[in-house]
Design a protein around this ligand. Structure first.
Ligand code: 9MR
Length: 456
């Protein structure tokens, strides 16, 4: 039953109660199958999305676990069973039993499967940990080929490469035996995966890539843009989104989702958990995904708190006893309410025939910078004075050696020296006293950025 029908049924039931037919009305509601609007998976499907969970094969015999899994979720990611140590414990000897068990459980119930993960520096079997150079490169490509071939047609999306970038401010690749086989190891893995399973979406997956201003996020963005430009087969980016006090949900998360999507890839939230399971934060994550057309699904990293890799932080949607937590209700409600309007200033209404003269209030521009060795991201806030803006222009003089490499929510002229930044179609109208933001990334240093704003 679609949501509209479900609502109609609810209304019908209420009307029936009004004429004394309470029992008949309630029976009609209770007899309904798991309808859109009543479970995470069904409600996400109403929005054209999936809602998944990481699943462990050894819990499929726990009926409390499978009751929730089968009722609520329409996508599954094996938590450990498709990793390299599980699927190729000895070189050339493949072992798919536990992964097949999860895949069969899911597919026989109409759930889709995300594959996790074909190439990773971690959870390598001993034989692979001890390899290097050409031999390791070949072994990795053979692994990708064999595993993607085994699951061909059964996995809708693969985390082809997992966690290949370093933490911290460098934006560099993570050092690993795979990285030391050559910087092209990631694209080689993607090409092998495409050849083995042309029907699966191929994703790059990482953590701490949720905050748009972080160097690691920008580094992944730059790689995905490069892959798209050069025709390396990539279809999606996975944001793990493990949020906790040290790595909180960032207010610019939606910007991150939409910026990746603008590269022409899907975005998937692949391992969501939130320390303390704040209902408000879970709601924000869902609303952010719904606001981005190419954010096509959310996976939580476990079902009950006791299933979590960090159970003591109680980060999931169900208690260890299997009860729905407030975060569950928030997620379901957010899914049922659909997308929220974007938070940016609405586009100007009926365009005036000519741009009116700038109001007396003028505008101001301020900048905040995230600098790392060799580069920075600048976020520029444009604020209208006492009159609304109908177009704005910001001038920024970059220090010697600084070169802009990309920008968002803005038109620019000039990459070095004196640069000029003007509004795009959807953020030129700014109400009196209101603000809008744009950003750019540059090589070099950000010393002395001093933006000035003019109207029109
Ligand atoms: O949840 C997984 C846990 O059971 C494993 O012990 C651990 C081993 O590395 O991996 C956990 O899952 C990780 C995922 O594969 C990749 N992103 C981080 C996840 C949490 O550590």
């Amino acid at each position: 039953m679609r949501r509209a029908q479900w609502k109609a049924a609810s209304r019908a039931a209420i009307a029936l109660t009004g004429v004394g037919a309470l029992a008949a009305g309630m029976a009609m509601l209770l007899a309904a199958p798991a309808a859109a609007g009543t479970t995470l998976g069904a409600s996400a499907a109403e929005q054209g999305r999936y809602f998944g969970a990481a699943v462990a094969a050894n819990k499929l015999s726990d009926s409390a676990y499978t009751t929730i899994l089968n009722r609520e979720f329409n996508s599954v990611t094996p938590e450990n069973e498709m990793k390299i140590d599980a699927t190729e414990p000895q070189q050339g000897q493949f072992s798919f039993g536990a992964a097949d068990q999860i895949v069969n459980h899911a597919r026989s119930r109409g759930m889709s499967v995300r594959g996790h993960t074909l190439a990773w520096h971690s959870q390598q079997p001993g034989w692979m940990q001890n390899m290097s150079g050409t031999a390791l490169r070949q072994a990795m490509l053979n692994h990708v080929t064999q595993v993607a071939t085994h699951f061909r047609g059964q996995v809708v999306a693969w985390d082809v490469v997992n966690e290949a970038f370093a933490d911290g401010g460098t934006g560099a690749r993570r050092d690993s035996n795979l990285q030391r086989t050559g910087n092209d190891w990631i694209e080689a893995a993607f090409r092998a995966a495409r050849a083995a399973d042309p029907g699966a979406k191929l994703c790059y997956n990482d953590y701490n890539t949720d905050d748009w201003t972080h160097a690691k996020t920008q580094a992944v963005y730059t790689m995905v843009r490069d892959f798209k430009q050069r025709g390396v087969p990539i279809d999606c980016v996975g944001l793990q989104s493990h949020f906790n006090s040290g790595s909180p949900y960032p207010s610019n998360y939606r910007t991150t989702l939409s910026s990746f999507a603008a590269l022409g890839v899907d975005v998937q939230i692949t391992e969501l958990d939130i320390e303390g399971a704040s209902a408000a934060t879970y709601r924000s994550v869902v609303q952010d995904c719904l606001a981005v057309a190419r954010c096509n699904g959310i996976t939580v990293w476990g079902i009950r708190d006791s299933d979590s890799w960090r159970a003591s932080q109680t980060p999931l949607l169900f208690t260890s006893g299997g009860a729905k937590k407030p975060a569950y209700d928030a997620v379901l409600a957010a899914l049922n309410n659909g997308s929220t309007p974007p938070p940016t200033t609405p586009p100007p209404t009926t365009p005036p025939p000519t741009t009116p003269p700038p109001g007396p209030g003028g505008c101001t521009a301020t900048v905040s910078v995230n600098q790392w060795t060799g580069g920075f991201v600048a976020t520029v806030r444009v604020t209208a004075g006492s009159s609304a803006l109908n177009g704005w222009s910001v001038t920024i003089t970059l220090p010697t050696g600084a070169t802009v490499t990309n920008a968002w929510n803005v038109n620019r002229s000039g990459d070095t020296g004196t640069t000029r930044w003007t509004n795009v179609a959807y953020n030129g109208g700014v109400g009196a006293g209101q603000s809008t933001e744009f950003g750019f990334q540059a090589n070099g240093t950000s010393t002395g950025l001093n933006p000035t704003c003019t109207t029109g």
